[in-house]
Design a protein around this ligand. Structure first.
Ligand SMILES: [Zn+2]
Length: 429
């Protein structure tokens, strides 16, 4: 057992944050939270257990990145243009390099190391289209102690031959990887079926993916309704379908374990389809701006009851920092208001953004029974952030809500003191 004390903040099911200025977390030897409350209560209930006390710091649940591409990390902040051209020019050649096992190994290690250094404890990851590189990425996530939902990106057309595989290879590779890794790492590693998007998957591949998702009970992740040129491309390719969402629906890919990235330009009928199947959404505001894709109506979609998490979408997004993504989620909701004068909705606050980056992400990935806040019985995934780095000692704005605002808006790469996953320290400054 171990006792962690300091200023604790965590999200509640109600959508609010709960603050413990002198808080305490007791973690079992198995990495689970067995107490959460004030330090005084903890000290009276648990005598003689080792205490790690943090002054001038805030202890938060680990950050959850619901959408990110491992093999694109080298291209973060690189390139211009919009989605389809950017993929062809910068991304596909980069992903092809993951055929080289040595390269795949080095870059997977770097990716996960940088994620925990930035306070991310759970990630929903697209690997390259190579089976061996995906295997290597799982090994790297296992050794880094990360919690991941991850899969080999499936494509059988619409990209260079070097990263395409046949339908049968895509399905066989995915099943083999799922068998090897799903549930491994003390339950931290999850296999996610990962058809890139309808624009690079044939009808046969989409159909077979839907079938094995149902047979094996696996998660699915893909892209939906991101960019106007992509929408036109999909409408031409799948002209027999009523909408982009209907393509996925027709092939059995809409499930309660499906997470759709972007989902910016959805019609009311498409939203109804997604709601009827309880799909969740990975909102990627940094990427939506970097690639000039659009501005998602986050407030409206939250009001409509969608499960929504935040995704960095590296390299569409230029940073693995989930604080940066949380800031952009708040700012992007203001941009939506600027573009829709007369229909303004209340802007997303920093507290709400932090909620989305933690419990919201956990709910979107179907992991809220295990992570997302400090409820008793959940795994101890948390981070310690050094507040002196971003707040003057006697700030006139020192309320808890303002502290979270300064954290979300002012976080820099060196703010993380410690990252803990399932009770194990995976990063220490
Ligand atoms: Zn993406």
């Amino acid at each position: 057992m171990r006792l962690y004390t300091g200023f604790m903040v965590h999200p509640l099911e109600t959508g609010r944050l709960e603050y413990f200025p002198d808080g305490a977390l007791v973690v079992s030897d198995f990495g689970q939270i067995i107490f959460m409350g004030t330090r005084a209560e903890a000290l009276s209930e648990y005598e003689n257990i080792p205490e790690e006390r943090y002054e001038n710091a805030v202890i938060l649940p680990g950050l959850v990145d619901t959408h990110v591409h491992l093999p694109q990390y080298q291209a973060a902040a690189v390139g211009t243009g919009e989605l389809l051209d950017w993929l062809n020019t910068y991304i596909f050649p980069l992903e092809a390099r993951f055929a080289d096992e040595e390269y795949a190994h080095i870059h997977a290690q770097r990716f996960f190391h940088d994620a925990v250094r930035l306070g991310t404890t759970t990630m929903s990851v697209y690997c390259s289209s190579h089976r061996r590189a995906t295997d290597i990425a799982f090994e790297a996530a296992f050794h880094a102690g990360l919690r991941v939902c991850m899969g080999k990106t499936m494509m059988d057309f619409g990209a260079p031959d070097t990263i395409l595989h046949s339908v049968s290879d895509n399905i066989a590779d995915s099943l083999a990887l799922a068998k090897a890794w799903h549930g491994a790492g003390n339950g931290r590693l999850h296999y996610t079926l990962t058809p890139r998007f309808a624009g690079s998957c044939s009808r046969d591949l989409l159909k077979k993916t839907g079938e094995i998702a149902q047979a094996e009970g696996l998660r699915i992740q893909t892209h939906l309704s991101e960019n106007p040129s992509e929408l036109r491309y999909i409408a031409e390719l799948f002209s027999e379908h009523a909408s982009y969402t209907d393509v996925y629906h027709a092939y059995g890919l809409l499930t309660e374990r499906t997470i759709m990235a972007h989902s910016i330009y959805l019609s009311p009928q498409e939203k109804s389809l997604l709601k009827a199947h309880n799909c969740s959404i990975a909102h990627c505001p940094c990427s939506n701006r970097f690639l000039q894709s659009g501005v998602m109506a986050l407030r409206q979609m939250l009001g409509e009851g969608f499960r929504i998490g935040l995704g960095t979408d590296v390299a569409g997004g230029s940073s693995l920092s989930m604080f940066n993504e949380a800031k952009e989620a708040a700012e992007s909701s203001k941009t939506w208001n600027i573009l829709h004068r007369g229909e303004e909705m209340p802007a997303i606050t920093a507290e709400e953004s932090l909620w989305l980056a933690t419990l919201g992400g956990a709910q979107a990935l179907g992991l809220a029974d295990t992570i997302g806040n400090f409820a008793i019985g959940k795994d101890a995934d948390f981070i310690v952030c050094r507040m002196e780095e971003i707040l003057p000692e006697s700030s006139v704005f020192a309320s808890p809500a303002n502290m979270i605002a300064r954290l979300v808006y002012g976080a820099h790469p060196h703010i993380i003191e410690k990252t803990v996953i399932q009770g194990q320290t995976v990063y220490k400054r």
